[in-house]
Design a protein around this ligand. Structure first.
Ligand SMILES: [Zn+2]
Length: 169
């Protein structure tokens, strides 16, 4: 396991040297994920290879994480298994970011330092479902309302809407 000093690196130098970022990161020490997480198991590992494609510094690899969040349907803990792939093109300006090939995700670095733990955290946040929920069979809340109106009674939904709306017309 790498210490904190190895998470803040010069990505351009790492590209030149073809270094490998391999770390197990403490989710509790991250800045935004602890607010989303719901206790329970939180693990995160990253393995990202820095290198160069011509003049461009790239970093390619994978982040693996198990995070526990709250299911937005039943509010019980839900374990998410996230494995976002990383394809970063490291650039110094917006203009350079626009010139990147489509398969690379631009990461703009203006100084000489980048906190790789923060980049990994960004990837995890992007990989999270917008509304995390259990699979229906695993959820404590059983869905009784059909998602689509019953075709035999096309006005059933309308009827319930009218009922909810009350007597005012
Ligand atoms: Zn649930």
């Amino acid at each position: 396991m790498l210490g904190d000093s190895h998470k803040v690196v010069n990505p351009f130098e790492w590209g030149e040297k073809g270094r490998l970022f391999e770390a197990c990161l403490n989710v509790a020490e991250m800045r935004r994920l602890p607010a989303i997480a719901a206790g329970g198991e939180q693990r995160c590992c990253a393995r990202i290879q820095f290198g160069k494609a011509g003049e461009l510094v790239t970093a390619v690899g994978q982040v693996c994480a198990v995070l526990t969040v709250l299911c937005q349907r039943c509010l019980e803990p839900l374990q998410l298994d996230l494995r976002p792939a990383v394809h970063w093109g490291i650039v110094t300006s917006e203009a350079a970011a626009e010139r990147l090939q489509a398969e690379l995700e631009p990461v703009i670095v203006t100084g000489q330092r980048a906190n790789l733990a923060e980049w990994v955290e960004d990837e995890l946040i992007l990989a999270m479902p917008v509304v995390p929920m259990h699979q229906p069979a695993e959820c404590a809340v059983t869905l009784t309302t059909p998602a689509v109106p019953d075709v035999d009674h096309p006005f059933a939904v309308l009827k319930s809407l009218v009922k909810n709306k009350g007597p005012s017309r």
